[in-house]
Write a protein that binds this ligand. Structure first.
Ligand code: ARG
Length: 406
């Protein structure tokens, strides 16, 4: 009896070939899994196409809600930003997809899980790491690293020869990966970091130059660090993101152009469109600024970096992530309130913040009037507060005289 493999299937050229290749070159029984992560494609035909190409079972799942609740919101609470601004959309999807692949593999008694990732990218690490953590006995197959096709043309020739009809045919020169949290674009002209991204790289965002001449304000409400409302209306998670992608995108907000260090150490130029993520991160940060002590804000910084790196590197299923989630769920206890942003020609600006747990006290902050601490108290305070400055001044003096003595 042939062994079984569960393949992550997108409907694109390469994973379509993967079905055929696993079935007929590797003699495996193939089951596929395709996820709806808000990439805006209709999923039914993906399953049908998988069966047509040679899969014996085709699973599809709408993972959007779990994606937002269990992956995106924790990353928001953690303020996880990779390097100079990658908001991790694509990186967050892979561990979730892996949970489904593993679930199907365990139910079907499959020995293998397969993915269509290329050999230089990050996603192979994320599948490898996630599957290894969840089901260490399952072996991972990466057809793209094994098969002999050396170019897209050879792949197309194979597909034509075997009557494999991919559901999605890639248009244009870009490599694109989309989910509701963001759209990642690479390759083609973007490989030259000395030129600006051509306008046709963007689909979710209007060029700031063509954005409306009138600004638009929008208010995001948070409950313990999690977005829960838009303009005062309690709103479902997916709807918050869809709406902010629409509104932000129409004002040209959320274009991100980065040099990014991939896991293997290769630098890559990556372009993202992530209007909702941009606005939510900005608002969340502003609410933290209002409700967190300066010690918490500073400490949090390092934990946020660590969180972003572990997500990027594929270590979602790890004791470190569990531990950091515990930290961030406590740190977010007072991050409740609302933040108003103004969107205008590619920019978003915080214009108002409000929280029942604000640490801001207008009377304390006010200048001049009140002279809050009184003359004698202020003098005593500075006598003590200045000790370390005076010690350092004396230290510099001793150092200077010692050099002069020699
Ligand atoms: N660099 C991103 C990451 O590692 C993914 C980029 C999106 N993919 C693409 N084909 N442009 O998560």
């Amino acid at each position: 009896m042939a062994k079984k493999v569960v393949l992550a299937y997108t409907g694109g050229l390469e994973t379509s070939i993967c079905i055929h290749w696993l079935r007929y070159q590797k003699n495996l029984r193939v089951a596929t899994f395709s996820a709806n992560l808000g990439q805006g494609e209709y999923l039914e035909p993906v399953g049908e196409r998988a069966l047509e190409i040679g899969a014996e079972a085709a699973h599809v799942g709408d993972l959007r809600k779990r994606f937002v609740t269990d992956y995106v919101w924790p990353a928001v609470r953690a303020g996880a930003v990779y390097e100079s601004g990658y908001l991790l959309a694509n990186a967050l999807t892979r561990p979730l997809i892996a949970t489904e692949l593993v679930k199907i593999a365990l139910e079907d008694g499959a020995e293998y899980i397969a993915h269509g990732c290329t050999g230089k990218g990050n996603d192979q690490h994320r599948f490898e790491a996630s599957v290894s953590a969840l089901a260490p006995h399952i072996e991972i197959l990466a057809p793209l690293q094994e098969w002999s096709f050396k170019s897209k043309e050879e792949e197309i020739a194979y597909a034509e020869k075997h009557n494999i009809r991919p559901l999605k045919v890639k248009k244009g020169v870009y490599s694109v990966d989309v989910c509701l949290w963001g759209r990642g674009v690479a390759a083609g002209p973007l490989e030259d970091p000395t030129i600006a991204p051509p306008e046709d790289a963007f689909e979710w965002t209007t060029s700031p130059a063509n954005a409306p001449d009138a600004p638009r304000e929008i208010e995001i409400g948070f409950e313990e660090g999690t977005p829960v409302a838009l303009d005062g209306q309690p709103t479902a998670a997916i709807d918050i993101i869809d709406e902010l992608n629409k509104v932000g995108g129409s004002h040209g907000v959320g274009r991100i152009d980065l040099m990014e260090d991939r896991i293997m150490g290769i630098k890559a130029r990556e372009v993202y469109e992530a209007p909702a993520a941009t606005l939510i991160y900005q608002a969340h940060r502003a609410l933290e600024d209002l409700t967190m002590s300066k010690e918490m804000l500073l400490y949090r910084e390092g934990a946020s970096r660590a969180y972003a790196k572990l997500v990027y590197d594929g270590m979602w299923f790890s004791a470190l992530r569990d531990s950091l989630d515990a930290f961030f769920s406590v740190s977010q206890k007072f991050v409740t309130g609302k933040i108003r942003l103004r969107l205008f020609k590619g920019t978003s600006t915080i214009v108002a913040r409000e929280s029942e747990f604000s640490l801001y006290d207008r009377n304390l902050a006010r200048r001049g009037v009140g002279q809050a601490f009184g003359g004698a108290a202020a003098k005593g305070y500075f006598n003590i507060w200045n000790i370390s400055r005076k010690m350092e001044a004396d230290q510099r003096k001793r150092h200077l005289y010692r050099r002069a003595d020699r």
